[in-house]
Write a protein that binds this ligand. Structure first.
Ligand code: 13P
Length: 262
């Protein structure tokens, strides 16, 4: 499978929200705004139960589909789990891995993140790998060390060339669902660091092409200033993605900043 192309990328993580009727309606509204997005990639991440419904609602449009998690085995006696081939079957091309809510509430570790990334890649899915520090880690001056650990362990022993199919999302835990966004400068520092690590491990070309998203209280009002930063390529949006108008405005603002950047 070929590498992803760097460009504005806006993902909506719906988390554990929306019944089927609401999911269909939200997806349709996003699709209807679609022609305005130009070169901006838009991907929706509904809960597992709504994947089929959203796949139907976005069929024939440029809007993509992803899942919020996966298990690393393909099939078998794993009650409650969903595998990468099943997600492909449901129409997904992306999957979130290692979201901080999975790490904090459900015991996800860098080791399980690594297994999930490999399973996603094997099935032809592009994983969006979430990394980020807690407030205690930031206050203790350990932000970049924490990111380094998550990258080194999460991306360990990847098959050659596969880095081009992985997206990294920097989501500071203290900014998620709190209304407290990282400043453009704070986010850029970490994004530049992540790109630097990709350069060291995989070379200049991989670093130049890597898509690095920011997540944590992204709204229409902060989309433009964040996207103006050199190493911010898009967003993983939580709460604001449940409102079609706000979500679409985030994408429009990102696109406006992108056009001024290049
Ligand atoms: P909020 O945008 O609600 O802060 O959530 C961010 C997030 O966790 C996206 O994955």
């Amino acid at each position: 499978m070929s590498s992803l192309k760097r460009g504005p990328f806006v993902a909506g993580n719906w988390k554990m929200n929306l019944g089927l009727g609401e999911a269909r309606a939200l997806a349709r509204k996003v699709v209807e705004a679609g022609p305005d997005f130009g070169e901006c990639t838009i991907v929706l991440f509904p809960p597992f139960t709504a994947l089929g419904t959203v796949a139907g609602a976005i069929a024939g449009s440029a809007v993509g589909l992803g899942a919020q998690d996966l298990f690393w085995e393909d099939q078998g006696a794993y009650t409650g789990e969903v595998s990468a081939p099943m997600l492909r079957d449901a129409g997904c091309t992306y999957v979130l891995v290692g979201h901080s809510e999975r790490r904090q509430l459900f015991g996800e570790t860098d080791g399980t993140v690594n297994r999930k990334i490999k399973a996603a890649l094997k099935a032809g899915l592009s994983p969006i790998v979430c990394v980020g520090e807690t407030l205690a880690e930031r206050d203790g001056g350990r932000t970049l060390d924490r990111i380094d650990d998550q990258l080194a362990l999460g991306l360990a022993d990847l098959p050659t060339g596969e880095i081009g199919r992985i997206i990294i999302a920097y989501e500071p835990v203290w900014a998620i669902g709190t209304g407290r966004t990282a400043s453009p400068g704070q986010a850029e520092e970490v994004h530049a660091h992540i790109r630097g690590r990709i350069r060291e491990s995989y070379g200049n070309e991989s670093a130049a092409c890597a898509i690095i998203l920011y997540g944590g209280s992204v709204k229409p009002a902060n989309s433009y200033p964040l996207f103006r930063e050199k190493n911010i390529d898009g967003y993983l949006v939580g709460g604001a993605s449940l409102d079609a108008g706000g979500f679409v405005d985030i994408a429009r603002e990102a696109l406006r900043a992108c056009r001024e950047k290049t």
